[in-house]
Design a protein around this ligand. Structure first.
Ligand code: SAH
Length: 248
């Protein structure tokens, strides 16, 4: 079981697979006032940076589930490196439908809401693992500016303008689902640049090492077009944030 290989090529050197920086995750942990010993569930935990740094900095424990064997391996290594391997566990698997055996204080899905079939389904799934009064974290894109045309939306790698909402609408949609938004931390352009531009050097080095690979042409095409595409579209139109929710 694995995610499409193109992602494990382009993001193999990323510790954070979304437009957050280490500082943003630290801010998120701080503004949530995480108590030592809080249990955290992370669906689509990637290379484990959120859980590992929160275990180190705030004393949480946690379980992360991710479909990528590579990212899961990297998460385990990161836990060893930060000395938190006894506090956090990383499981390779499909997180769709996953409910924690013991209820958690924080249930998160940060940049992978397709796991629950969208934001609403993911919140419903996370709620099944949450103890009373617990916090749900959802990491999700939103439009900074509504794209003027569907072509511009596709330029942002969305399928359509209707894929995302503007920030006030997204915040309102959580209310419609019966949740208070109790915190939020938004990515900035520096975070977007680190996430997107981080792929370019990785692709270049990978191409040099794997010129005859089946995906070499696709990676070559992406490396050629991505910097301009990113600057023209995603960087101008797309925002991203993590929203902390509590049931009303
Ligand atoms: N939350 C992480 C990773 C976000 S990227 C971070 O902030 O860095 C999205 C992640 O979802 C990837 O690591 C990918 O491997 C994982 N993923 C995709 N589909 C999945 C599924 N069905 N079950 C579990 N993980 C999945």
């Amino acid at each position: 079981m694995d995610i499409p290989r193109i992602f494990t090529i382009t993001e193999s050197n990323h510790r954070i697979h979304n437009p957050f920086t280490p500082e943003k995750f630290a801010t998120l942990g701080a503004v949530l006032h995480l108590e030592p010993g809080t249990r955290v569930l992370d669906l689509g935990s990637g290379s484990g940076e959120m859980l590992c740094t929160w275990a180190r900095d705030y004393g949480v424990t946690g379980v992360g589930i991710d479909m990528s064997p590579l990212f899961t391996r990297q998460a385990k290594l990161r836990a060893e490196e930060l000395g938190v391997a006894k506090q956090v566990e990383f499981i390779h698997g499909d997180a769709a439908g996953h409910v924690a055996a013991a209820k958690v204080g924080v249930a998160a899905c940060v940049g992978a809401t397709w796991i629950g079939g969208g934001v609403a389904g993911t919140i419903e799934l996370l709620a099944k693992s949450l103890c009373a009064g617990g916090i749900i974290l959802v990491g999700e894109p939103y439009w900074l500016r509504v794209p003027p045309t569907e072509d511009v939306a596709r330029g942002c790698h969305a399928n359509a303008i209707s894929d995302f909402l503007v920030l006030p609408e997204l915040l309102g949609s959580f209310g419609d689902l019966g949740y208070d938004v109790v915190q939020m931390v938004l990515a900035d352009q520096e975070g977007w640049d680190r996430y997107e531009a981080g792929k370019w050097l990785t692709m270049r080095r990978w191409l040099e090492a794997n010129p005859d690979d089946d995906l070499a042409q696709e990676v070559r095409a992406q490396l050629t077009s991505e910097p301009q595409r990113y600057a023209a579209f995603t960087r101008e139109y797309l925002g991203w944030g993590v929203f902390a929710l509590m049931a009303r």
